[in-house]
Design a protein around this ligand. Sequence first.
Ligand code: URA
Length: 237
Amino acid sequence: MEIRLQKYLADCKIASRRKCEEYIQSGLVKVNGKLVKELGTKVDPQKDIVLFENKKVTQEKFLYLILHKPKDYISTKDDPEKRKTVFDIIPKEYAHLNPVGRLDRNTTGLLLFTNDGELTQDLMHPKKKVGKVYRVEIDKPIKEKDVMAFSKGVMLEDKMTLPANIEVITRDFLHLDVEIFEGRNRQVRKMFEMLGYDVVKLKRLSIGILSLGKLKLGMSRLLTVPEIERLKKWLKK
Ligand code: URA
């Protein structure tokens, strides 16, 4: 499919579309060996060879993989202590992707991997306030006043957390769904600890509109094109 040269250059992360127009007009771009200064020029990324400052321009292929992380795996690439990492359980061909944020070793659930830096930034940026829902099991029934505390925010290391959404999901008051809008280190565990509870189990169910769905423990899959488009659209809202 043919697209405008400036769009292709922008897609290849050379610069913004506007800036790429300037580059074209100032003679920095060649298509199939020929200098092109015409803004209307169209290219076929599959066939045409585009050079910017005499270097071949390529479009990186972005991939998005979700994993249902089991316990006992850490969320980094390399571990000096040689513990098991999430890269031991995703297919080898996705080893170049990066996890978006982390889950503690003993936390299970949704972990997203991608090489799309812009999407990663959008998901992690504090201003975006992307909600992450965790299913939590605690060691004793939660008290009403502590449910209220969660919905106001909890003081952690001299700084209040943002208000969290909290829903008690079992009659024994031991299982809850908690939605937080930041990514502070071990945040959910620490919030419960501050209020005098121990977290027995912690599982991330969703990140924004992305959820674990029926993905089995230890399994991973690529997101589909419609899922990626929906996620990007939602982030731009
Ligand atoms: N909060 C935690 O305490 N642990 C996680 O892994 C994620 C959020």
